[in-house]
Structures are given as C-alpha cells and as structure tokens.
Write a protein that binds this ligand. Sequence first.
Ligand SMILES: C[S@@+](CC[C@H](N)C(=O)[O-])C[C@H]1O[C@@H](n2cnc3c(N)ncnc32)[C@H](O)[C@@H]1O
Length: 175
Amino acid sequence: MRIPSKYPGKLHFKGPKKGLPSGNPLGKNPSDIWEIMEQDWENGMWNIPNVKSNHPEKTNHPCQFPIELVERCVLALTEEYSWVLDPFAGVGSTVLGAIKNNRNAMGIEKEEDYCTLAKQRIKDYNDGNLKFRPINKPIHQPTGKDKVSQIPQQWLQLQQSDSKEKSNSLNQNHP
Ligand SMILES: C[S@@+](CC[C@H](N)C(=O)[O-])C[C@H]1O[C@@H](n2cnc3c(N)ncnc32)[C@H](O)[C@@H]1O
C-alpha cells in the first residue's frame, strides 16, 4: 500500500539524479498505518467515520461502507492476490478495498444503478481519479475554533429567553 505523494513534482536538486523526480511515482510508504491499526486492535474499537454527505467517498447509495473498513479486513484476513467476494456489493466499496491492496475481487449486486456506479468507481480508481479517505488518516478532532464547533448565537439567545421564561413562571408561582 502506498500513500499518494504530497509533492509529486519535487525533483532531486543535485547529484547524479539531478532534475529527476525524487519521490516514488506509486507514492510513499505509510509510516504509521500498522501502529494505528495495532492501537485500534488494542483499544478494541475501530474508529472510522461513516460515509455521510461530506465524506469524500459518498455516492447516492444509502448504506455505503467506507473503503477503509474493508481494507482493514482485507489486510488482516487475506494475502496479496487472494480473491475477495462481496455478494452484496452495492457501489463496490469491498471491490475497491481489495484491488487497492493488490487482491483480486468479485462483486455481485442486484441493482443496475449501483453496478454502474461501482464500475465507474473502479475505473476512476484505476485512472487515479477516485476520491477516498486514506486508511491512516487520523480522525478530525474539533479545535473548538471551527465555526461548526461553536454554539450559534441564536442558541444562546434561545437559552437566555428560556431561562427568563422559567424565572418569570417561578415568580408567578411564588409571589
Ligand atoms: C448494505 S448494501 C452494501 C453496500 C456496499 N457495502 C457498499 O459500500 O456499497 C447491500 C446491497 O446488497 C444488495 N442486494 C440485496 N439483496 C441482493 C441480492 N439478492 N443479490 C445481490 N445484491 C443484493 C442491495 O441492493 C444493496 O446495494
């Protein structure tokens, strides 16, 4: 497994390879993937974001798996060039998790639209155009500074008017 290079255009600036690309065209070796996986096994929990609207892998399938979930099983349970079969393939997440890790894969799906999407995703992957969440990407921890992790002004106003109402009703009950 390789992680796409952040700066694929970086060149050697001296020595016999001067001017040639300095990275591996396949991407770099992930340094911490096994550490992350080992830690998750020890914690007894896989912390993987599900595929919601803002997930890079989201299609119109209502119960799509994250590719990362399949990859972990594929890496733990199979070897290179093993065959992986998903009889309920949906939009092909299992097939993608397998081929991404040099396994052979086969999927069966009864809905034609999902088959079409799965084939397109496999093509996009092979062409290097598929967006997916990398297996070793840490879970985003809100800093508290993000707009979405701050309490909206409207809520604060609601809380204030709610507590005013409560204190008014207490005053009425106990004049
Ligand atoms: C939970 S979804 C799988 C989603 C898939 N893991 C993905 O990430 O895209 C189950 C899929 O099984 C398909 N399915 C249900 N019954 C089936 C059958 N008898 N033969 C083939 N596919 C079937 C459904 O259409 C659905 O897409």
